[in-house]
Design a protein around this ligand. Structure first.
Ligand SMILES: *[C@@H]1O[C@H](CO)[C@@H](O)[C@H](O)[C@H]1NC(C)=O
Ligand SMILES: *[C@@H]1O[C@H](CO)[C@@H](O)[C@H](O)[C@H]1NC(C)=O
Ligand SMILES: *[C@@H]1O[C@H](CO)[C@@H](O)[C@H](O)[C@H]1NC(C)=O
Ligand SMILES: *[C@@H]1O[C@H](CO)[C@@H](O)[C@H](O)[C@H]1NC(C)=O
Ligand SMILES: *[C@@H]1O[C@H](CO)[C@@H](O)[C@H](O)[C@H]1NC(C)=O
Ligand SMILES: *[C@@H]1O[C@H](CO)[C@@H](O)[C@H](O)[C@H]1NC(C)=O
Ligand SMILES: *[C@@H]1O[C@H](CO)[C@@H](O)[C@H](O)[C@H]1NC(C)=O
Ligand SMILES: [Zn+2]
Length: 732
């Protein structure tokens, strides 16, 4: 290729190498014939290694001791966003990246955060004074004997729900299962009066902000969300003896249903910027309108014991050892007070850059957040430790002569826990530059939770992800196979393919990249849920005992994450596969259509536009192959302008799926293929706007509501058509 060819030439003509002329014919023969031959041989061995050689080298530089050391340092103290402890962790990340000779800066924003000031929860077995005394819960997560983090635990923020409405409310208890729309519908069907009640719901199926919203919509005065031992510690092996959530453990979290700083929807929270007024903020409908608190399994069980009324349905029940759950209302009566402090605080994203050599204006972005509700050993700092491990390996490659073709940007986000704030503000501030230059965003939030590899991505990245796991990345739980081997064997599908999730749901920092800016994105992790999520027990001891005792999973994540980034940064042609994207859309359309037979909606426009997308994807793939073959056959350097042109088309195609108007009533969400569902911010949907319209039409069954479904079909079809035009690269 061009670079090594050039260096070959310079070496051969190097005067110091040839100016060894002598007189004898043997000497002449040596200088004239043999020396050049030796020099060519030498130049081959001395020429810079290929990109692929560096990528293999990257994998061999894995170091579990580094990852463990970083995680230990990052999780010494609880570090909620906006606190001095989190500023210390930011300084640690900055220093680690600077020491690794990245060019590092901080992107700060002033954003609305929320902290608890006063909490109380009093349970009376009945509303009238009765023989049983009322219980005032202490709302404290207990320290266990010998806990090395006992002193630091005192700094943890008291258990609360961020942005919960301040106030007091009291009422009879109604049990609402997981607090989903369908759970409240069941209560209504069973004639259980939720109006004025305090809803008791359990964690586990949907985003907690949606639980509170659904309770509010049902007329509840307040909501209490608890951890059910059935879901988080069924076998009673709780921390520190087992991985489960201890009886006093509480899942803290946000209840804000939007993304980014609530006071700056759609624009960055730079110092002194415009902000919504309080009334506008309240009118947004994204902040909870009733007071709420999270409680432990033990407190949840105590509340259950005071609830009468009908026995709850079987699938609403808890573990066998607990009480039988009933629906209420009452006679158990809860009096809840929550007073919070909402305040503008400064947050810090740490941004580190290795500039690309040939295409510095193309960005491959890796990101993970830093702020944690408590110690954050799993969430998020297993990702931060892996990110620093990637960074250190990249710097070792640089020391051996590697420079990426494109720029690599490493981001460590702040205030993710409050509502993806750091990443969202940064994407909003850099929206247009990202839209014109970002190749992909690769996220890892809590990548080390337990066994088994999982990935989600926009479909053009599927093949690359699979290939990265197929390479020399060992399965951290079984060194005699690759991550890929265990990934396919964990899949029930007879096709033995890996299942890759999609990025419709919110819940972590890829949201702004894909759903707002249309940047191809991926997210990866080992393990699924882990029981001590967002509790005091998500600490280094838990990680060492249960999550990743030898830190091999941290290393494996760093290998896959880094290798995917290296391919995107170094490959001459972007390794994007839009043929598989089109196939995926075809399947999604078929599923949607099959579920709607007999209903007045015509999917042909969407079907046609996807067919066109597939043709365009095949066309660009053929062009890439032709360009490669031409160069290969004739031994020419590739036409770099042509390569860049094709890459630009591949980069911009994802952007075409975004629409200025965004989703109906949720205009921040610009992507019409991937976005969260309306009633569960964690729920991943393809065609979210269309899906919401269908749900509504199915319940209303009016001609207007069906017309609206058809309108959404047309809108999705139009963005898919735009993407196919981008891939064709021709004006109509
Ligand atoms: C539901 O309970 C509220 C408050 O306890 C009461 O005002 C309302 O009348 C009740 N509704 C029904 C239908 O019983
Ligand atoms: C709830 O408790 C507060 C004190 O925390 C008290 O002022 C209020 O009267 C109580 N409400 C009811 C209905 O018992
Ligand atoms: C709220 O937070 C701000 C900033 O941290 C602080 O100055 C203020 O005293 C707090 N207010 C209350 C009621 O705690
Ligand atoms: C480890 O992987 C090898 C090769 O795939 C397989 O034969 C073996 O059963 C695996 N061991 C465990 C404990 O899963
Ligand atoms: C790293 O892995 C090796 C080999 O499995 C193991 O002996 C060592 O304890 C691990 N280091 C840490 C810090 O876990
Ligand atoms: C799209 O149309 C083709 C024929 O043009 C048909 O074979 C295919 O099943 C349709 N797919 C969907 C998802 O409607
Ligand atoms: C919807 O309404 C149409 C008439 O407008 C009727 O034929 C159809 O049965 C209704 N479907 C449902 C599921 O109620
Ligand atoms: Zn997280």
């Amino acid at each position: 290729m061009k670079e090594s060819g050039e260096s070959k030439k310079t070496r051969r003509l190097d005067p110091s190498a040839t100016a060894t002329g002598g007189a004898s014919s043997a000497h002449l023969l040596f200088v004239g014939l043999i020396l050049p031959f030796i020099l060519i041989l030498l130049s081959f061995t001395a020429s810079p290694p290929s990109k692929a050689t560096y990528h293999s080298l990257f994998l061999t530089l894995a170091n579990n001791a580094t990852a463990a050391r970083h995680l230990h340092a990052l999780t010494r103290r609880p570090h909620v966003a906006g606190t001095p402890a989190n500023a210390d962790v930011a300084a640690y990340v900055r220093n680690a990246l600077s020491a690794a000779s990245f060019s590092v800066h901080t992107a700060s924003y002033d954003v609305l955060l929320s902290y608890p000031v006063r909490r109380s929860l009093v349970l009376s077995p009945s509303p009238r004074p009765s023989s049983s005394p009322s219980i005032a819960f202490d709302l404290v997560q207990e320290i266990y004997p010998g806990d090395p983090y006992a002193a630091a635990a005192a700094e943890a923020v008291p258990s609360f729900l961020a942005y919960a409405r301040s106030g007091s409310a009291a009422g009879p208890v109604v049990y609402a299962n997981y607090g989903r729309v369908e759970d409240f519908a069941t209560l209504k069907a069973l004639g259980v009066n939720v109006t004025g009640a305090v809803v008791l719901a359990r964690y586990g199926k949907i985003f907690r902000g949606d639980i509170i919203k659904n309770a509010e919509d049902a007329g509840a005065a307040a909501a209490v969300v608890y951890t059910d031992a059935k879901d988080y510690c069924e076998d009673k092996r709780w921390f520190p003896e087992g991985p489960g959530m201890p009886p006093s453990g509480v899942q803290v979290g946000t209840t804000y249903r939007g993304l980014g700083d609530p006071t700056t929807p759609g624009w960055p929270s730079t110092a002194g910027c415009e902000r919504l007024r309080a009334a506008e903020l309240a009118a947004s409908g994204l902040m909870p309108g009733i007071p709420s608190l999270p409680v432990s399994a033990r407190d949840g069980e105590a509340i259950h014991k005071t609830v009468g009324g009908e026995v709850a349905p079987d699938d609403w029940q808890g573990g066998e050892r607990g009480p039988i759950y009933r629906l209420g209302p009452g006679p158990g009566f809860l009096n809840l007070t929550y007073i919070g402090n909402e305040t503008i605080a400064t947050i810090e994203n740490v941004i580190a850059v290795i500039e690309g050599k040939e295409e510095p204006d193309r960005y491959v972005i890796l990101g993970n957040h830093r702020d944690a509700w408590t110690f954050g050993a799993v969430d998020p700092n297993s990702g931060t430790a892996a990110l620093l491990e990637v960074a250190e390996r990249l710097v070792k490659l640089q020391k051996r002569g590697w420079r990426p073709r494109r720029t690599i940007v490493v981001c460590n986000w702040d205030a993710e826990e409050y509502g993806l704030i750091g990443s969202t503000e940064w994407v909003e501030e850099n929206r247009e530059i990202l839209a014109s230059r970002a190749i992909a965003y690769l996220n890892a939030d809590c990548p080390v939770r337990g066994p088994g590899f999982h990935a989600s991505a926009t479909p053009q990245l599927d093949a690359l992800l699979k290939e990265a796991t197929k390479r020399k990345v060992q399965d951290p739980d079984n060194f005699s196979q690759t991550v890929y081997d265990s990934w396919i064997s964990s899949n029930d599908s007879p096709l033995a393919s890996c299942s890759i999730g999609r990025l419709g749901g919110g819940g972590t920092d890829f949201a702004a990249f894909i759903q707002h800016a249309g940047v191809p994105s991926a997210d990866m992790c080992f393990g699924e849920g882990y029981p001590v999520y967002h509790s005091l027990y998500d600490d280094f001891v838990w990680m060492q005992k249960f999550g990743d005792p030898l830190f091999h999973k941290h290393v494996a994540v760093a290998s896959i994450w880094g290798l995917v980034a290296l391919r995107l940064a170094d490959d001459e042609f972007l390794p994007f596969d839009y043929i598989s994207y089109a196939s995926e859309l075809q399947q999604n359309t078929k599923i949607l259509e099959d579920g709607m037979s007999g209903m007045p909606v015509n999917f042909d426009p969407l079907n046609k536009s996807i067919e066109e997308l597939k043709k365009a994807a095949i066309h660009i793939d053929n062009q890439r192959k032709a360009t490669e073959m031409e160069a290969g056959l004739l031994g020419w350097t590739k036409d770099l302008r042509k390569v860049r042109e094709l890459n630009d088309m591949l980069m911009m195609a994802e952007r075409a799926f975004t629409d200025r108007e965004g989703l109906p009533q949720r205009q921040w969400y610009k992507h019409l293929i991937y976005g969260p569902s309306l009633h569960d911010d964690y729920g991943s949907k393809s065609f979210p706007g269309l899906d919401d319209a269908i749900e509504k039409a199915k319940s209303l069954n009016t001609s207007d509501s069906w017309y609206f479904v058809q309108h959404e079909v047309w809108r999705v079809a139009r963005v898919v058509k735009q993407a196919s035009l981008v891939l064709k690269g021709k004006l109509t």
